[in-house]
Design a protein around this ligand. Structure first.
Ligand code: MLT
Length: 255
């Protein structure tokens, strides 16, 4: 596997898993904040950002393989793991196989349930569209769903940045990620057994993974902390970075 990653700072390692169809640059604000106190690792899923396409069977297990391969490469036994949306699906797939390698878990704007039949069908159609026409059609369909109403109205800079990230994604990487998400198993069975410290973060304007659904997920994890970030949609780390960073700062050990 060939994965493009960035490691900044030193201290307890924290790994950030990016959303679909974006790339690791979505975590720049967290790299800047946490590299003062932690070793911060971000990387691109295959076919996104600077990581080349992968040829293995698409799926969240393949993404979990990428993560374990990277941790082994970096000599990291145990990390704090933060996954947003598709990054959260991958984090749960990783947790299923290697729970002992996670010191604490931060799940943002994601869900533990599998896709509905309708959602699955939509993903296959979008995968076919990306293969036919490239990433451009996703710019129009995804941007208004990824960003909250506040960002869409007030943050043209961020709207442009999200569009650029989507456009830079490889169409086949997009298709493979969509197929992988469509076929991901339900992970709700894992939630009651999660014993590590867990933080669940939701943007109050998130249309893709609404806060009520995130609250149900948090309720199923013993001792989990649930936090709603105001004036943020599906990407609270980009939309409200100060509030997001403060939430993580309060949750993570300070060393
Ligand atoms: C993401 O942000 O990673 C995606 O919207 C997740 C999804 O489509 O389920």
């Amino acid at each position: 596997m060939n994965i493009s990653y960035r490691s900044e700072g030193s201290g307890e390692p924290i790994v950030f898993l990016h959303a679909f169809p974006l790339n690791r640059s979505m975590w720049e604000g967290q790299v800047a904040e946490f590299s003062a106190t932690h070793r911060v690792i971000t990387f691109d899923w295959p076919g996104f950002g600077e990581s080349p396409l992968d040829e293995g069977e698409p799926g969240m297990d393949r993404f979990a393989d990428c993560l374990v391969g990277l941790l082994d490469h970096l000599g990291l036994d145990r990390v704090h793991l933060c996954g947003l949306s598709m990054g959260g699906y991958a984090a749960l797939a990783f947790y299923r196989r290697w729970p002992e390698r996670i010191a604490s878990l931060i799940l943002c704007d994601t869900r533990a349930t599998a896709d509905t039949e309708e959602a699955r069908k939509g993903r296959y159609e979008t995968a076919a569209l990306a293969r036919r026409e490239g990433a451009a059609p996703l710019v129009e369909s995804m941007t208004p769903r990824l960003l909250g109403a506040t960002s869409l109205a007030e943050r043209p800079d961020l709207v442009g940045r999200v569009k650029e990230m989507i456009l830079s994604s490889h169409p086949e990487g997009i298709a493979r990620a969509l197929i992988g998400m469509a076929e991901r198993p339900d992970s709700t069975d894992l939630l009651a057994g999660i014993e590590i410290p867990t933080l669940i973060v939701a943007g109050n304007e998130d249309k893709l993974t609404p806060p009520e659904e995130m609250r149900t997920m948090a309720d199923a994890i013993p001792g989990a902390t649930f936090l709603i970030i105001d004036r943020a949609g599906h990407l609270p780390n980009l939309e409200q970075p100060s509030l997001f960073n403060q939430a993580l700062r309060e949750f993570l050990p300070s060393r």
